[in-house]
Design a protein around this ligand. Structure first.
Ligand SMILES: [Zn+2]
Length: 386
């Protein structure tokens, strides 16, 4: 199927887990893949099974000593305290689990394969979806925020290495895309734009953190569908048009959804689908990644709908029986799972959450575009509320 969108996944996500009560001990990529298959949206020719990135490929960004430490952690199923301290493996939400190297290396392999597909000549797809990707907190020599390696950084570096002149990175996760931003701070060929909840870990990406290679749009709790559409149209689109990217990488963390337990943002999945539909028009080659997302029903339905958006598949008002059965079979050890709304099993689309675009959102857009008024306006707004 030359030219048509591709979806990259891996079976490793079905058989591995972060374990215990870790927020990522839930089905995400596997459930999404099952769902799009049950909906008949994934012809065999559109699907690509990812292979793990090699240590040499990971070393394009990561410290070889760190890569070796993660490999050793997988082999030994443990890490020594000094290694844990130095590389943040086995601490801070980054557990040692049986596939602690293979699984993140596969996410990186998926992203690198996606880049190769996008650059594959005249028959290349213009859009590739890799929902396992989007591990935006990974650092050169340490794990951070459940991310061991940083597949967006590796993907962007591969694009640059292959001669792509300008790469736009747009991060829609509820958390700041700090690892990607930092990796390209001094790289004029990359522009990173992150929309995330203000005041949330990792606490970077404030309204003052704007520069030639980075723009930050920290948003308040209650962030709604209309506000995301506003920021995309009034800030991201003009910035992107000015930058004229030859490729775009979009991180679609689903933890900004109202149904997600990790953030206080209030988006419906429709808002992310609309954002992706708009963002994919901004560059001739587009790589769509996953990211956070800690409610299995919300994240799988959201990412399935993103694939529908990319592959022009029609989203039914009510899910077919096979898809409903998949969703009803999910177990989630979380208080939200005690009394789940029926629509998590029977519908793909969330109820829309349109609302007013608050003054603070307008100020955030102005700041990202370079307006100086915003820096004055935000503290005033916050004082008034206090
Ligand atoms: Zn996140």
């Amino acid at each position: 199927m030359p030219g048509s969108p591709r979806l990259i996944g891996s079976e490793i996500y079905r058989r591995s887990s972060y374990g215990g009560r870790h927020p990522l001990a839930i089905p995400r990529v596997s459930l999404m893949l099952d769902l799009v298959r049950a909906l008949g949206w994934l012809p065999e020719a559109a699907y690509v099974e990812a292979l793990p990135a090699t240590p040499a490929e990971l070393a394009r960004f990561h410290d070889p000593a760190y890569i070796a430490a993660v490999q050793r952690a997988e082999a030994d199923r443990r890490v020594d305290p000094p290694v844990s301290e130095r590389h943040h493996i086995g601490r801070g939400g980054n557990p040692v689990y049986p596939e602690v190297f293979s699984r993140p290396a596969t996410a990186c392999g998926a992203t690198l394969t996606a880049v190769e597909l996008l650059l594959g000549g005249p028959d290349a797809p213009s859009v590739v979806h890799s929902p396992a990707g989007g591990t935006h907190h990974g650092r050169r020599d340490r794990a951070a925020g459940f991310c061991y390696f940083n597949d967006p950084v590796l993907g962007i570096l591969r694009l640059l290495d292959r001669g792509v002149a300008r790469v736009l990175y747009v991060d829609l996760d509820a958390h700041h895309g700090d690892g990607v931003e930092d990796a390209f701070l001094d790289e004029p060929r990359v522009l990173t734009i992150s929309i995330h909840e203000r005041g949330r870990w990792p606490h970077s990406g404030t309204i003052g953190d704007q520069g030639r290679s980075r723009r930050n749009l920290p948003v308040p709790p209650g962030f709604n569908d209309s506000e995301l559409a506003f920021l995309i149209e009034e800030a991201v689109v003009p910035l992107a048009e000015d930058f004229a990217p030859e490729a775009a990488v979009i991180q679609t963390g689903a933890d900004g959804l109202a149904d997600d337990p990790m953030s206080r943002l209030a988006l419906s999945n429709r808002a992310l689908w609309r954002a992706v539909a708009r963002l994919k028009t901004l560059a001739p080659r587009v790589l769509v990644l996953g990211g956070g997302g800690y409610n299995p029903w919300a994240v799988a339905r959201c990412w399935a709908g993103i694939w529908a958006t990319l592959s022009a598949s029609e989203i039914p008002a009510r899910l077919p029986d096979a898809a409903e059965r998949l969703l009803r079979a999910v177990e989630w050890r979380h208080s939200l799972a005690r009394n789940p709304p029926e629509r998590w099993f029977t519908e793909l689309a969330d109820p829309p959450n349109e609302g007013p675009v608050r003054a603070e959102i307008r100020a955030v857009a102005a700041a990202a575009l370079g307006g100086v008024k915003a820096a004055v306006l935000i503290p005033a707004l916050e004082q008034r509320r206090a």
